[in-house]
Write a protein that binds this ligand. Structure first.
Ligand SMILES: Nc1nc2c(c(=O)[nH]1)N[C@H]1C(S)=C(S)[C@@H](COP(=O)(O)O)O[C@H]1N2
Ligand SMILES: [Mo]
Length: 429
């Protein structure tokens, strides 16, 4: 037999073997729609978070509601988690399509298959590294997680748009249950199991009852018809499994940001209220290498504007008007928690050095190593009455692991910008 015919026969046989009632275009569209919504939410919230940390010069961010970032980033991580079972379900549903023959039929078909290959690879990687990062296990040393995740996001979205474009006719045909036809009509490979086809492929005409290796697959039990109750049961079981896994993952993770579900936060790495002063800690003073500097009796906070420079020991910071705010720490990893903070306003400190109202500042930590030692703050946050140099947390002097002697706390900002163990605040623009 011709090798091509042999391969075609093999692929067809494999497709028949893995065929199942839930492996059809309607399933692919139903799961695909949820997945597309999930990826859209992740993209929008992810881009928002990315630009918070790397703003373009013209960007201004909302500072209210104070829980905005807590919400968008909590949604980002929970949606990303939900996409994991959905993506696996989608791959399960369309897997038989992998076994097409010929592998490439036309230029358009090549684009279609290549975009799917890129999309599958990039989205599996994206979800995997996102999940790993929430456990602080991002494995690509020497790369910033955020930049890798951001770049990959565009690969995911680009290949997904091509995929959706190419598949529009299939998506339209199966959008509603009524319009979706039989389970097999997504099977765009010509059916091979008619005697004529087989003869064309193999040069041998199969006779009724012929078994043996060559034609074994044509003797398979006939696929259950659409109205067979076993088909409905099988489909229902599939959707129930996907729905239950997604619901379980979300329920047992979302408690890291949603207080009501905190008791069932089994999967997320950070537990609300677990930590000094009932607040989780991402990097301890010891891990940041600031133990000695942070408790040094001659510690001061330097505030600078050009040549004007004021030095604030702790006593001077405590002598300024103190303000109380309740604001969340909202980590990019998806956990968040409200806390009560107390200290002077950042804008009062800047007024002391005559900074203009539109000042952007650079905030430097005592921390020498790691990426979070230096951050910038744009005017809308600098001027906000809720933005404090916090000296107290939940009614006590800041714990060393929460940034003693002084840290930044500002509304609606990523946790990663709430700099701990302050050293200086300088006007840079
Ligand atoms: N200097 C410094 N500040 C930092 C960090 C850090 O590693 N170094 N981590 C940030 C991150 S990622 C978060 S989520 C919050 C965590 O605050 P907490 O440890 O007080 O809960 O602090 C932020 N401030
Ligand atoms: Mo964080």
């Amino acid at each position: 037999m011709h090798p091509t015919a042999r391969l075609q026969r093999l692929l067809h046989q494999a497709r028949v073997t893995v065929a199942a009632p839930s492996r059809n275009a309607r399933t692919a569209v139903v799961i695909g729609r949820l997945l597309a919504l999930g990826f859209l939410i992740c993209m929008v919230t992810g881009v928002f978070s990315h630009f918070h940390q790397d703003p373009l010069p013209w960007m201004v961010f909302p500072t209210r509601p104070v829980w905005l970032y807590q919400f968008t980033q909590g949604l980002h991580v929970v949606t990303g988690v939900a996409c994991i079972p959905l993506l696996l379900a989608k791959l399960y549903a369309v897997f038989p399509q992998l076994l097409q023959h010929p592998p490439v039929r036309s230029a358009a078909h090549l684009v279609e298959r290549a975009s799917i290959a890129v999309f599958v690879a990039a989205s599996l990687m994206q979800l995997a590294i996102g999940l790993l990062n929430t456990y602080q296990l991002f494995p690509v040393f020497g790369f910033s997680f955020r930049l890798v995740h951001y770049a990959l996001a565009w690969v995911v979205v680009g290949s997904l748009l091509i995929h959706i474009g190419v598949k529009l006719p299939v998506i339209a045909a199966h959008w509603t249950k009524r319009r979706s036809g039989s389970a097999d009509d997504d099977d765009d490979e010509p059916p091979l199991d008619t005697p004529d086809e087989l003869q064309r492929l193999t040069g041998v005409r199969p006779t009724a009852g012929m078994t043996g290796r060559l034609f074994a697959w044509i003797d398979r039990a006939p696929a259950p018809a659409g109205d067979d109750p076993r088909v409905a049961t099988s489909r229902r079981a599939f959707f129930a499994t996907v729905g239950a896994s997604t619901a379980v993952l979300v329920t047992f993770t979302v408690g890291q940001t949603l207080g009501a579900l905190n008791p069932v936060n089994l999967f997320a790495p950070r537990k609300r209220t677990f930590g000094p002063q009932a607040l989780p800690v991402n990097r301890t003073a010891s891990a940041a290498g600031v133990l000695d500097l942070a408790v040094a009796p001659d510690w001061t906070l330097t505030v600078a504007h050009g040549q004007t420079r004021e030095v604030f020991p702790l006593s001077r910071l405590r002598a300024l008007p103190q303000h109380d705010v309740v604001l969340p720490i909202a980590c990019v990893e998806g956990w968040s928690q409200d806390a009560a903070w107390r200290g002077p306003r950042v804008r009062d400190l800047l007024d002391a050095v005559g900074a203009p109202p539109e000042a952007t500042v650079r905030i430097t930590s005592l921390q020498q190593r790691g990426g979070f030692g230096v951050t910038e703050m744009t005017p809308e946050f600098v001027r906000d009455p809720l933005t404090l140099v916090a000296l107290e947390l939940n009614g006590e002097v800041l714990d060393l692991d929460h940034g003693y002697p002084a840290r930044i706390i500002a509304p609606a900002r990523p946790g990663v910008l709430q700099t701990k163990w302050l050293s200086s605040i300088e006007v840079i623009a």
